[in-house]
Design a protein around this ligand. Structure first.
Ligand SMILES: CC(C)(COP(=O)(O)OP(=O)(O)OC[C@H]1O[C@@H](n2cnc3c(N)ncnc32)[C@H](O)[C@@H]1OP(=O)(O)O)[C@@H](O)C(=O)NCCC(=O)NCCS
Length: 183
């Protein structure tokens, strides 16, 4: 069942749908294309072990992961998710998003980011957190626009395969105004 239909800046429609186990091969292919770009994600190597991927899906679903896949013209072009933390951090979830090259700058990342803020609020999460590389100006722009704020920075935390470094910026979004008071 389609969760949401959204019009992109180029007039096409994207369908947002909850991830199913049967989507994994196509989704992993899209994720691998972003991993191969080498600039945006933590992993250096593409995913090849689909059995491990299926185990990851089952484990994460049990832990409360929520994952939306975005499709255009019947093909998966990206995904986004929130993963709840546990125990004394159960009020926190981690947000992540990726979109295949060729489907960026069409508003999809903004839509997915805002959609998960709504979902997190509905599910009672208080804080969303993420991290982004300082070199990833587009992602940083999108997160700021969607209400995240920079709350920390790990200097030179990321070393790319070409030997250059970048900082990893930590960002947070408080879902409800009543968690604004810090102790
Ligand atoms: C980051 C990402 C999710 C954003 O999604 P998207 O669909 O491309 O983003 P949108 O089209 O919703 O918005 C892009 C915005 O960034 C702006 N932008 C584009 N390039 C930019 C740049 N180099 N610097 C600053 N802003 C930039 C656009 O102008 C647009 O801003 P606006 O909406 O205020 O006009 C997507 O590009 C992506 O998946 N990139 C590769 C993987 C990745 O970086 N994942 C996130 C890891 S933290």
């Amino acid at each position: 069942m389609v969760y949401k239909k959204v019009k992109l800046k180029d007039g096409r429609t994207t369908m947002l749908d909850w991830l199913k186990e049967s989507d994994l091969p196509e989704l992993v292919e899209v994720l691998n294309s972003v991993i191969r770009e080498g600039k945006y994600l933590f992993m250096n190597n593409v995913i090849t072990d689909m059995e491990e991927e299926r185990r990851w899906y089952k484990r994460s679903s049990k832990e409360g992961m929520l994952y939306l896949v975005a499709s255009v013209d019947g093909k998966i072009v990206g995904g986004a998710s929130i993963h709840p933390r546990t125990d004394k951090r159960s009020h926190v979830a981690e947000f992540g998003v990726f979109i295949r090259d060729g489907y960026r700058n069409l508003g999809l990342g903004t839509t997915l980011t805002n959609t998960f803020t709504e979902v997190a609020r509905e599910r009672g999460f208080e804080i969303l957190q993420l991290s982004v590389y300082a070199t990833n100006k587009r992602a940083f722009h999108v997160y700021k626009k969607c209400g995240y704020r920079e709350c920390g920075r790990l200097a030179r935390d990321i070393k790319f395969l070409d030997g250059t470094y970048t900082d990893r910026i930590l960002m947070e979004l408080f879902c409800n105004s009543d968690v604004e008071d810090r102790v």
